[in-house]
Design a binder for this molecule. Structure first.
Ligand code: NAD
Length: 259
């Protein structure tokens, strides 16, 4: 058990990658808060992880300062501390830059960047009080390193998370708070399932070709990254014992992007 008695908040944990990380953390002995937009979905995921002794559901829109602060406080009141934040909540909306609606651009940056800032700030306020510090993990993407067409705000925000992680690593060091970024390749979650027909339409190609010729084209083996692959990286960052591993980004993408 690599995370015995640690307390974690995972945002966007009612689905996809966040859900997989929450399950892996619970298996490794952590108490996990499933923070997501919808209380019912968060509670259902928490119940799957063994109920209130192991996991709780928290209704939290990560773009809402009051909800983030109140939700984080609820986790600290329930479990007594906070060791790990996984800032994972995210969405994807694709369009060429020339047609991108400003409101959509702002919504994308709010979820990915405001959400990362607000949850980080709330977590640091607790982690700085604990002698053991803590671990902050951002869900970046290969799009933290590379660009793709149609994804301007997503690529912008995912690059931005690396900057935020580096600042938190520097400021947090004296409190034993580490900050790192996981950069997955394509993982077949609802976020990606939605993009396949959208990209097929936008590029005028078949859905099969979107997968083969766009999503997995640059991988070493034509394979999707899995939720479990990403969760393993999240356990590694969370359980690392010292400040030696901080301010870093780790690409988990079947070689799509190589450092
Ligand atoms: P998903 O759609 O399966 O899950 C995202 C979750 O975030 C949902 O439960 C949703 O309700 C929640 N969410 C959305 N907006 C929110 C908000 N404002 N506040 C709180 N929760 C909110 O998607 P996923 O693929 O698991 O994506 C999770 C993260 O991983 C995202 O940051 C995404 O950019 C990143 N990522 C995904 C892939 C991929 O291929 N799936 C690759 C790299 C990075």
């Amino acid at each position: 058990m690599r995370l015995k008695d640690k307390v974690a908040i995972v945002t966007g944990a009612a689905s996809g990658i966040g859900k997989g990380i929450a399950a892996a953390y619970a298996r490794e002995g952590a108490k996990v808060a499933i923070a997501d937009l919808n209380q019912q979905a968060a509670d259902a995921t928490a119940a799957e992880l063994g109920g209130s002794a192991h996991a709780i559901g928290i209704a939290m829109d990560v773009t809402d300062e009051a909800q983030v602060d109140a939700g984080t406080q609820k986790v600290i009141d329930t479990f007594g501390r906070l060791d790990i934040l996984v800032s994972n909540a995210g969405i994807q909306i694709v369009s060429p830059v020339v047609e991108f609606e400003f409101a959509t651009w702002k919504k994308m940056l709010a979820i990915h960047l405001d959400g990362a800032f607000l949850t980080t700030r709330a977590a640091l306020r607790q982690m700085y009080k604990q002698p053991e510090g803590g671990s902050v993990i951002y869900m970046g993407s290969v799009h933290s390193k590379e660009a793709s067409q149609l994804k301007a705000p997503y690529v912008t925000a995912k690059h931005g998370l690396i900057g935020l992680a580096k600042v938190v690593a520097k400021e947090g060091a004296k409190y034993k708070v580490r900050a790192n970024v996981i950069c997955p390749g394509f993982v077949r979650t609802p976020l990606v399932e939605k993009q396949i027909p959208e990209q097929a339409k936008e590029f005028g190609i078949s859905e099969e070709d979107v997968v083969k010729k766009i999503m997995l084209k640059e991988t070493v083996d034509g394979e999707f990254t899995t939720v479990e692959d990403v969760a393993e990286a999240a356990v590694f960052f969370a359980s690392f014992p010292s400040n030696a591993l901080t301010g870093q980004s780790l690409v988990v993408s079947h070689g799509w992007f190589m450092q």
